[in-house]
Design a protein around this ligand. Structure first.
Ligand code: SF4
Length: 532
């Protein structure tokens, strides 16, 4: 069995990933996405920028022939060259298990090793900016194999991160953890029992096995598809014998409260019920939210003001709550009808950004005029990165044509970016500060108001549950970043068109979710469904 630092790194993220990398059917792997290809490209650029400051030797051997690679690397170490790029080191670990280390760099330092009065220290080039634990464990792995080969411990293993100073791994701290992980990983591989699937957006993102794992999770109605079920919570549920939706909805909150606290217990069971029944459930705990009730009502009224059905008449019973309608709904309905909120125009806003270039290259603005019954989409695109300031100004001009219109968006990126760009371009306060009170975060309102039968509370799952379809089903924000870079490289307008289409669909999806949410608020006590 041949174990690498990369395999150990993947094992830390997901045991199943490491298992499938060794035993899985490679035909089930997904082809690399454009975004992953871009990451590889960025990684190569980062590597080249580091190598530019080194004079190095590279072992000469036929790729894949690790024995020859090891021989060539050891020969360079014996010669005492200053720096070795892409060396190959192997070491027997336990019977039948060989560790294969492929350090990016081995750099010579004073010391004593079996080669003479010098030692080598491993350096790993990482695209990330953070010294993640998984990187440190992989660094400890390289240090271990190197120590076995040169007969001396390196003082550290260096991580060469992007836009950060080199990070020295504490071998004293990480080596015992690495040994434990190595031992666990070897046991798992020897057992040959496929680890259970667990879908987690954070760790499954970019995994080549995602398609096959997700299919299995769906077939099994796996609890990891339920929002709120983290790996830790799943383990706790397993410990009490709960591994299915059916079992979860049978529980009382009191049974789960000792494990997760009362609020989370209630939330998990309600989420399971929502998914099991495929229906939205009204969240009853608005008062417990952190926003002040004043802000809460004002925000809700903004969200509602253009969408209220004029036929909804309020009675005294509505206002004091004795009609059975939630009095808060009545309250916000009153607010929504105040003269302050009578504008019949609303704006839906979505941004596309390229973090590497630190720019927001597209502002999508959908203007809905209920009186004229028009929906007009304005794609404001920076065809070159330096045009960001122009589209920022165009955006401000556009939204100030409707000074009373609420600006709906999904999540808080748009709000944060507005203040960021205002600072960047020294925009007068009067032009951007008032927008802050016009922004309405539909994601926040959705999650505070409803529990939905979705796998996550991102825009796509919610809007898709409501029946909305993106014209390009495979498009996403990461793909837009790739498209924008491809546009910059090739000048092919098809890439820009694809971005514009995707962004418009995001704006329209936000609009659809908001429309549904308003109706849901107004009819929640009568059991709303997605058909509303
Ligand atoms: S898709 Fe997720 S569960 Fe499957 S192997 Fe990859 S990380 Fe693990």
């Amino acid at each position: 069995m041949l174990l690498t630092a990369e395999l150990l790194l993947f094992y830390q993220r997901c045991a199943r990933r490491a298992f499938l990398d060794v035993y899985g059917d490679s035909r089930e792997k997904e082809p690399e996405s454009d975004f992953l290809l871009k990451l590889h490209q960025d990684s190569r650029s980062h590597r080249q920028s580091i190598l530019a400051s080194h004079t190095y030797h590279q072992p000469d051997y036929n790729r894949g022939n690790w024995r020859a690679g090891m021989h060539a690397t050891v020969e360079l170490m014996r010669q005492g060259v200053e720096c070795i790029y892409q060396g190959v080191l192997t070491s027997e670990w336990t019977p039948g298990v060989t560790l294969l280390s492929l350090p990016d760099l081995l750099v010579k330092e004073p010391g004593n090793s079996e080669f003479g009065d010098w030692i080598y220290v491993p350096q790993s080039i990482k695209l990330g900016k953070r010294s993640k634990l998984e990187y440190q464990i992989a660094g400890a792995f390289d240090a271990q194999v190197l120590a076995n080969v040169q007969g001396a411990w390196p003082p550290t293993a260096w991580l060469l991160l992007r836009k950060r100073p080199p990070y020295a791994v504490s071998l004293e701290q990480r080596m015992p953890q690495m040994h434990q992980m190595l031992s666990d990983c070897i046991s798992m591989l020897r057992d040959r029992a496929t680890p259970e699937v667990f879908i987690s957006r954070q760790r499954c993102n970019l995994c080549p096995w995602y398609g096959s794992c997700y299919r299995i999770a769906q077939q099994q109605h796996h609890l990891s598809l339920l929002p709120g079920i983290t790996p830790n919570r799943y383990e706790q549920l397993r410990a009490i014998g709960v591994t299915t939706l059916e079992a979860l909805i049978q529980l009382t909150p009191a049974r789960l409260t000792p494990l997760f606290g009362a609020e989370m217990a209630e939330q998990l069971i309600t989420q399971a019920r929502s998914t099991f029944d495929d229906r939205a459930i009204f969240r009853a705990s608005l008062e417990s939210q952190s926003k002040s009730s004043h802000v809460l009502e004002i925000d809700r009224s903004i969200a509602l003001r253009n969408s209220l059905d004029d036929r909804v008449e309020l009675t005294p019973a509505d206002l004091n709550g004795s009609s059975g309608r939630d009095p808060r709904l009545s309250q916000l309905t009153v607010l929504a009808r105040s003269p302050k909120f009578q504008d019949r125009i609303e704006i839906h806003f979505d941004l596309e950004a390229e973090p590497e270039l630190d720019i927001d290259f597209m502002f999508g603005v959908l203007i809905v005029d209920r009186d004229r019954q028009t929906e007009t989409f304005y794609p404001l695109v920076a065809e070159q990165p330096e045009e960001e300031s122009q589209i920022w100004e165009q955006f401000l001009d556009l939204v100030w044509q409707y000074p009373r219109a609420p600006i709906f968006h999904f999540c808080d990126y748009e709000v944060k970016t507005t203040s960021k760009l205002a600072k960047r371009y020294k925009t007068p306060r009067k032009l951007w500060q008032p927008l802050m009170s016009r922004f309405v975060d539909i994601h926040w309102w959705t999650t505070q108001t409803a529990i939905l039968p979705v796998e996550s509370y991102a825009l796509k799952p919610i809007a898709r549950w409501l029946g909305f379809q993106w014209r390009d089903a495979s498009a996403n924000g990461a793909q837009c970043i790739c498209w924008y870079n491809q546009w910059l490289e090739t000048g092919d307008r098809a890439y820009l068109d694809a971005i514009v289409q995707y962004n418009e669909d995001d704006c329209r999806a936000t609009y659809q979710v908001k429309e549904w949410l308003v109706k849901f608020w107004l009819t929640a006590d009568s059991g709303p469904t997605k058909e509303m």
